[in-house]
Write a protein that binds this ligand. Structure first.
Ligand SMILES: NC(=O)c1ccc[n+]([C@@H]2O[C@H](COP(=O)([O-])OP(=O)(O)OC[C@H]3O[C@@H](n4cnc5c(N)ncnc54)[C@H](OP(=O)(O)O)[C@@H]3O)[C@@H](O)[C@H]2O)c1
Length: 388
């Protein structure tokens, strides 16, 4: 990058959320950012640094498929050289999601070549950009554009095409978990049924990351949610928490088969949309409560059981049975503005306090064994987030 382009990049008052150096201004002859000095001269790259140069990365790598805590290991490698259209990114935080686990187990729809770095989402900060990079700037926060980037590492050199910028005025945890679950919830509530304030959505796995985003986005739009969760000793606590973020009703899976459902439908209309992240019996029970012509959208299969559709639901209620995969949606919209528009809308909700990250357990990289095991345990109700 030429000096004349470097200066505007760094002379905007660097908003260094989460760093200790906030807002150094840049002079024409030298750029001082948190103690690092870049002397004016034949500069071909722009820099931002909060410490010594980042030359290596510690990553959670798997070389074969299997039980995550057995096949994943911590490895440190030298970073490759920065190329013209690539950016050096320091990762800040990255969640452990079910799709990450499935990828490591070798059971996900797309599998990276091995060896692979784990992690499909997360947020990082751009430290350095190559001479032809146009879409990200030094200091920007970035998230992956697509699945399979390998976010469980302290730093990486990524192609700029693989990155999307996000605002740095939201929390690290919100940014780290923005690109998959809230996007999935947003699209499912927007693209399949025309939902108006006062309409109802029913969903299982309502305490999942997706489920909590559904509750909050629906509440912001005035849409009722019937949130189905598995029974557990601390059910009341979970119910209170989901209601506090906007759930209209929180019920146990067993309640779906009970007459008290009729009481709910005296107050709010039957759902136009059912969101299924579980499969098996749970999905079938959701279907029974849909209104005529409604849609059941399957986005996850946590129970690892097929979806059975009662014949009557098809014949007499003409329900639509659909699926959704946010990865495919992002690929389909790679060349338009839809992803950016959605991320802006989601960040507006976050800033307004209407969309928060799910409860998280922050874990250092070296504690990855415990984090991977916890991510696979039932009833944990807390997203494991690796902090770098
Ligand atoms: N299609 C897409 O584009 C897309 C996007 C994002 C996520 N997903 C999928 O959505 C699902 C949820 O992802 P997430 O990140 O939101 O999950 P998460 O936050 O890790 O939560 C997992 C959820 O699954 C529930 N669960 C686990 N095992 C279950 C079982 N056997 N029966 C019923 N519920 C079970 C958990 O309930 P308990 O608390 O009761 O254990 C919890 O609600 C995953 O399958 C994921 O792959 C799909």
């Amino acid at each position: 990058m030429e000096v004349w382009r470097l200066l505007p990049v760094l002379s905007r008052k660097l908003s260094l959320h989460g760093s200790s150096c906030g807002g150094d201004l840049v002079t024409r002859s030298r750029i001082r950012s948190c103690g690092v000095t870049v002397i004016q001269g034949n500069i071909s790259r722009s820099y931002f640094s909060t410490g010594p140069p980042v030359t290596e990365s510690t990553a959670l790598v798997y070389r074969s498929h299997g039980v995550p805590s057995q096949v994943v290991q911590l490895e440190t490698h030298k970073l490759p050289a920065l190329e013209a259209k690539s950016a050096l990114v320091k990762m800040l935080a990255a969640p452990i999601n079910p799709s990450d686990i499935n990828m490591i187990q070798g059971t996900y729809a797309i599998l990276p070549d091995l060896p692979a770095v784990g992690g499909n989402e997360g947020v990082g900060q751009v430290l350095e950009v190559g001479s032809q990079v146009q879409t990200v700037k030094v200091g920007d926060w970035v998230i992956p554009r697509d699945a399979g980037l390998g976010t469980w590492r302290t730093a990486a050199v990524f192609s700029e095409d693989d990155l999307v910028t996000v605002p740095s005025d939201i929390s690290v945890l919100s940014a780290a978990s923005l690109g998959v679950n809230p996007c999935t919830a947003f699209r499912m509530l927007s693209d399949f049924e025309s939902l108006m304030p006062g309409d109802t959505v029913i969903q299982n796995a309502a305490n999942s990351g997706v489920g909590q985003a559904v509750i909050q986005i629906a509440a912001a739009k005035g849409i009722h949610t019937i949130s189905v969760v598995r029974d557990r000793p601390d059910l009341q606590q979970l119910t209170d928490r989901l209601k506090a973020i906007g759930a209209t009703y929180v019920i146990k899976e067993e309640t779906l088969r009970k007459p008290e459902m009729k009481d709910i439908f005296k107050v709010c209309p039957r759902p136009k949309l059912a969101l299924n992240g579980v499969g098996g019996k749970s999905a079938t029970e959701l279907l029974r409560h849909l209104q005529t012509g409604g849609t059941m959208l399957t986005y996850g299969g946590m129970a690892k059981q097929p979806v059975t559709v009662p014949v009557g639901a098809l014949i007499f209620k003409d329900v639509k049975v659909r699926g959704f995969w946010v990865t495919q949606w992002k690929r389909d919209h790679k060349h338009d503005e839809a992803l950016r528009v959605m991320l802006e809308e989601l960040c507006t909700l976050i800033r307004a306090g209407k969309l928060s990250a799910p409860p998280c357990t922050e874990v250092g990289m070296k504690d990855f064994h415990k984090a991977l095991d916890n991510a696979m345990k039932p009833y944990i109700s807390s997203k494991q987030i690796l902090v770098m």
